[in-house]
Design a protein around this ligand. Sequence first.
Ligand code: FE2
Length: 261
Amino acid sequence: MKQDTRMGILRQDISAPFAPDRFGMRRLPAHVGSVALPFGSGLPSCLDMLVKLPGGDCVVPEPYRSNEAIRQFLETSFAHEDGILPGWRESHYAYLTVDQRVVLEGASHRNGGWHFDGMQGERYKTKLNACHQYVVSDKLMTEFTDHPTVATGLDELKHNWFVELGRQVPEDAPVFTPDAYEIMLMSAYQLHRSPVAKPGQGGLRTFIRLDISLKQQDRLGNTPNPDLPAPFEFVPRNLPAGLSLPISDSGWSGGTKFGPC
Ligand SMILES: [Fe+2]
């Protein structure tokens, strides 16, 4: 798939309301740029932490603000977003996830099953334009598949979408893996997974995601930004009973609560 084709599909994805039939298109993430230096060690983790309000500036708390590699990632991603979605700074939220942990051999860092980020289910009866994410990691890079899937007819209250779509991807489907420190842009329709560390591949891994979204990511457990209070309440948002499945990752224990929040 050529780069311009990827970007064309992405532009269409993010410029229209979430629509399950778009999972039926063959797609891969687009290359955005690269981070030129290591993320370092000792970073706290945060999950979907609000870093920009519609119409506001990007507000990143310490210790992320002083981290040159994270600054490069954010600057590159924001500049790219300006190019593909003019006006987004007035309309969209941005959320930062930093997940730095030791990955154990035989386990994945994050969700090792095929899934997508940016579900719009029952809560969004009127669908919003699709979320999209900039992602980067320093080892054991996120894997992507271009295998089309059928999501039409799936019901969030009756089906686990990740299981239903993941089972449509054959075991031998080609897997696309970016380079270390390569920033990729994917839309809510892009199936991806965190790879399982083989013998010799374990160790400290840093994963960073910037989610550009029209949603208020108010799930209880998301990390509050000590320098940018959220204008919404955090509430429990669990999957319906029976649809929530354990994932075999390296034990995410939640984002760190840091700062005066
Ligand atoms: Fe994901």
